[in-house]
Design a protein around this ligand. Structure first.
Ligand code: XMP
Length: 329
């Protein structure tokens, strides 16, 4: 008979035996539930011999790098290094509008930054007598990812590739630790709650690796990032205030690369357009747009136009998947 408590105890014991008395582990965290739960398990098992790395790519949600850092270090006691690489990522994204190019640039830059940090941490770790070399790489792979990578080589096989930094850490020969590989998402959430991870993190909507770079249609500039972030924050805050956050599977504001006319005060303005997207889905393979009531949409639209400089219009995306995808790029 399977219980969460038994799973936690057994898994922590298994990790301890596997890693040994001196072994060290490194792993990237994103602030999502999977990587956080995996990191917390490692911290419980081997304490500071687990090294978490958060790469701030400059296209995370508003304030997210800061809040994730706070939660993981202060609340969960995880040994975390944050790399502020926003300028590097945004520099490389300059002038790029093609969605797949954006994904590649972000994926490759992520690997490069993470790899350099991993080597640095490994070097520093080698000089501590109480611990050994870094031999392990943590991955928050879930059971559905395992199945998918065995049986399905569709678009989501590419989606998963840049999470899969396994063998990509050149010259380090790391072995993989995947403590969640037998679990489904709902079990990971239960495990997270059991491990004392805050509810808002446990229930956070999925967020793509390329972040809001693929929610800014067209070129990603610091100014476009500011607009997309501020609009997204208002939308998500209102969804939370309306008590709808858990009912909706994924929601975000996207910034369209066009200008429209509107009236602000008594002036005609020519400014940008935000598209809101919110979907309900079981498996993310098919999805329905969420039927907000008119008052809710009116409130969000008014706030975005009034509070976000540079936006003059707000649209709601009523495309289901298929034929639409959840992301707009
Ligand atoms: P789509 O847009 O294909 O998205 O309907 C399905 C799910 O996958 C997420 N997604 C990504 N996740 N890197 C990721 O890590 C990506 O490049 C990527 N593209 C889409 C999307 O947010 C949704 O949850």
């Amino acid at each position: 008979d399977w219980t969460m408590e038994k799973f936690v105890d057994k898994e922590i014991e298994r990790i301890r035996v596997m890693v040994g008395k001196k072994g060290q582990v490194i792993g990237a965290v994103s602030g999502g539930v999977d990587s956080t739960v995996a990191a917390k398990l490692m911290q419980e098992a081997i304490g500071d011999r687990f090294h978490a790395v958060l790469v701030d790519n400059g296209v995370m949600r508003l304030d997210e790098a800061r809040t994730v850092k706070e939660t993981l270090t202060q609340h969960l006691g995880i040994n975390l290094t944050v790399i502020d690489a926003g300028d590097l990522f945004l520099g490389r994204l300059k002038g790029i509008s093609d969605p797949e190019k954006k994904r590649k640039i972000i994926g490759n830059t992520f690997i490069e930054v993470f790899q350099n940090k991993a080597k640095e941490i490994a070097k520093a770790a080698a000089n501590t007598p109480q611990a050994g070399d870094i031999e392990w790489l943590l991955q928050g792979t879930l059971y559905p990812d395992v199945i998918e990578s065995i049986s399905f080589k569709g678009p989501s096989a590419t989606i998963k590739t840049h999470h899969n930094v396994g063998g990509l850490l050149e010259g380090m020969h790391l072995k993989l630790i995947e403590p969640l590989r037998e679990l489904f998402k709902d079990e990971v959430r239960a495990l997270g709650t059991n491990l004392g991870i805050p509810e808002d993190l446990v229930w956070r909507h999925p967020f793509p690796g390329p972040g809001i770079a693929i929610r800014i249609l067209g070129e990603v500039t610091p100014e476009q990032v500011r607009i997309a972030r501020e609009a997204d924050k208002i939308f998500i805050d209102e969804i939370q205030a309306a008590g709808l956050y858990r009912k909706i599977s994924q929601a975000f504001a996207a910034l369209l690369p066009v200008k429209a006319v509107g009236v602000m005060g008594d002036k005609r303005v020519h400014d940008q357009v935000i598209a809101l997207r919110a979907v309900e889905t079981i498996d993310f393979m098919t999805a329905d747009w969420y039927p907000f009531d008119g008052q809710f949409l009116k409130r969000v639209s008014r706030r975005i136009v009034n509070e976000v400089n540079g936006v003059v219009r707000v649209l709601y995306d009523v495309t289901s998947k298929p034929p639409g995808t959840i992301e707009m790029e």
